[in-house]
Design a protein around this ligand. Structure first.
Ligand SMILES: CC(C)(COP(=O)(O)OP(=O)(O)OC[C@H]1O[C@@H](n2cnc3c(N)ncnc32)[C@H](O)[C@@H]1OP(=O)(O)O)[C@@H](O)C(=O)NCCC(=O)NCCS
Length: 177
């Protein structure tokens, strides 16, 4: 895919006229925190129930040249965040972790797929070789999306999570770039 991520900040990518996908800037910090907390409040997709980053911590990640933070905004409100965080240690510099959360009411419209495709393109440009994530086995919609984009299951932590009374495996998924 010939995606020029460098131009993303200026010529943002549109899913439809009401949504904009763009590189996050420090002033998005509170919107990102709200978005993450609203998805965590659903308590079924993400491990933590509380988003621990403060605005200051969030701004530090946004500004980090090692990481990519993309936001989807709708009428100026952050409704989705996709983040790629490169390994810090020398032996992990060829790897990165992907995370994504789209708010309820804004799913199923192509935002997630578009953001991850842009993240893959950015990762390739950075020389990252291995992109990984962990997803609950109960999150079949997300797994379908990762499959569609070429990720494969590289391992599984059985009954790693208990969501209410339901066990979920931790499915480790990877894309070699
Ligand atoms: C999972 C998530 C990132 C997907 O993003 P999205 O914008 O809703 O998905 P898209 O509209 O881009 O869907 C793209 C493809 O993913 C698959 N998909 C996504 N959601 C799906 C669902 N609920 N059921 C089945 N397939 C689904 C489909 O293959 C779809 O392609 P298609 O429309 O051609 O069939 C988003 O729903 C989300 O953030 N969910 C809550 C938080 C979460 O689960 N985060 C990931 C934790 S690992």
């Amino acid at each position: 895919m010939n995606f020029d991520w460098h131009s993303l900040g200026r010529n943002s990518s549109m899913v439809d006229t009401s949504y904009e996908i763009r590189i996050a800037v420090p002033k998005d910090a509170s919107g990102i925190i709200n978005c993450m907390q609203s998805v965590m409040d659903e308590k079924i997709y993400l491990v933590s129930d509380i988003y621990f980053y403060t605005e200051r911590g969030e701004k530090d990640i946004i500004k980090s040249p090692d990481d990519l933070s993309l936001v989807a905004s709708w009428n100026g409100m952050v409704v989705g965040i996709m983040r790629i965080q490169r390994g810090v240690y020398r032996k992990l510099r060829h790897t990165a972790i992907l995370s994504i959360a789209i708010m309820k009411g804004h799913r199923g419209m192509g935002l997630g797929e578009k953001m991850i495709l842009q993240g893959i393109s950015w990762s390739r440009d950075q020389g990252i070789e291995k992109l990984s994530l962990e997803v609950f086995s109960t999150n079949t919609g997300a797994i379908k999306l990762y499959d569609k984009l070429g990720f494969h299951e590289e391992g599984r932590k059985e009954k790693q999570f208990k969501i209410g009374e339901v066990y979920a495996d931790g499915v480790m998924m990877t894309l070699f770039l």
